[in-house]
Design a protein around this ligand. Structure first.
Ligand code: PMV
Length: 308
């Protein structure tokens, strides 16, 4: 049986802005999706999804997942009706905002590469995962699959071609990710930004310039371990995301809750309009404290690290 892994991710800075070529900072998190693949006697290509998940997530994403798998098979020149069983598992919670779709695409590409002795390198796995992501997002920036494939903390700029550099930080940093429990539609959120940007080009240009500055300042602060400054910049980034209207009440409540409990900074993460937020909580005791405050509000959390 062949096996492959893809990391979950947390966008630390500039989701949405990244779609327009503004630099973003993303990190793999400790949690991952594992795919296994085996050839079978009959039944065509089957996908068994055994990941832990937010209620409703798998049903909501079923069609997109089928489209994604077709794209992955096509990209790997594997016939669509091949007798195969692919199983998804691992500890990454399948939910909006943690890179669940990208992690599954990377994991599937790696498992199939191993099953058919293709010996694909990470660059090719990343390209195939990007093709798979199109089934979920339409025109993804590529930030998620890059984090899922390579791991670590990454400076990512979408372009022709997209570029990315590892960001070296001295130690992994504890974070808390709070789950609104709502399954978010990234495609719709991205389309909404585009529509509003076309109506208000001047305002959006200003906001995009501010987002660019935040990314550059955040990179410096991360590289020099100025974590209070990183947190402050996350707060600024959340404000910009509110201004482009991709946050919502639950995300704002969780962000406020985390800050009140002592987080260095907090923001929504990923597509928004639901899904996850992230709080920077260096050290285990602060992580616990912030996690408890969010849980007390009735939301579930993921306690993990960035820069792993
Ligand atoms: O919804 P997620 O966690 O997959 O994140 C999407 C990130 C966006 O910047 C909103 C879209 C993209 O393609 O980068």
């Amino acid at each position: 049986m062949a096996e492959g892994k893809g990391y979950g991710k947390c966008i630390m800075f500039n989701e949405h802005f990244v779609v327009y070529g503004i630099p973003s900072i993303v990190s793999a998190i400790g949690d991952a999706t594992v795919a296994t693949a085996e050839e079978t006697e009959s039944g065509g290509t089957q996908l068994i999804d055994s990941r832990p998940a937010t209620p409703g997530y798998k049903e909501e994403k079923k069609e997109q997942q089928e489209d994604s798998l077709r794209r992955i098979l096509n990209a790997m020149n594997i016939p669509l009706n091949k007798n195969l069983r692919i199983t998804l598992k691992g500890n990454l919670y399948a939910a909006s905002g943690v890179g669940a779709s990208a992690a599954s695409c990377t994991a599937i590409a790696r498992a199939l590469s191993q099953l058919f002795d293709m010996e694909l390198d990470d660059n090719r796995i990343n390209e195939i995962a990007y093709e798979g992501e199109k089934g979920y997002h339409g025109t993804p920036s590529g930030v998620d699959n890059t984090a899922s494939t390579y791991g670590g903390m990454i400076w990512f700029v979408k372009g022709e071609p997209s570029t990315f550099d590892p960001i070296k930080i001295p130690h992994p940093i504890e974070i808390v990710m709070g789950n609104t429990g709502t399954v978010a539609n990234t495609k719709a959120a991205v389309a909404g930004v585009q529509e509003r940007k076309e109506k208000n080009p001047e305002l959006y240009d200003q906001l995009f310039n501010q987002a660019r500055n935040v990314a550059h300042d955040a990179r410096k602060a991360l590289e020099s371990s100025e974590l209070k400054e990183v947190g402050r910049l996350m707060n600024v980034n959340h404000q910009l995301l509110q201004k482009i209207e991709v946050s919502n009440n639950d995300l704002d409540t969780l962000v406020e809750t985390a800050r009140k409990a002592g987080a260095f900074g907090a923001k929504m993460t990923g597509g928004g309009l639901g899904g996850y937020m992230v709080a920077l909580t260096p050290g285990q005791s602060l992580q616990e404290k912030v996690a408890k405050a969010i849980e007390k509000k009735g939301f579930s959390v993921l306690k993990t690290k960035v820069g792993v």
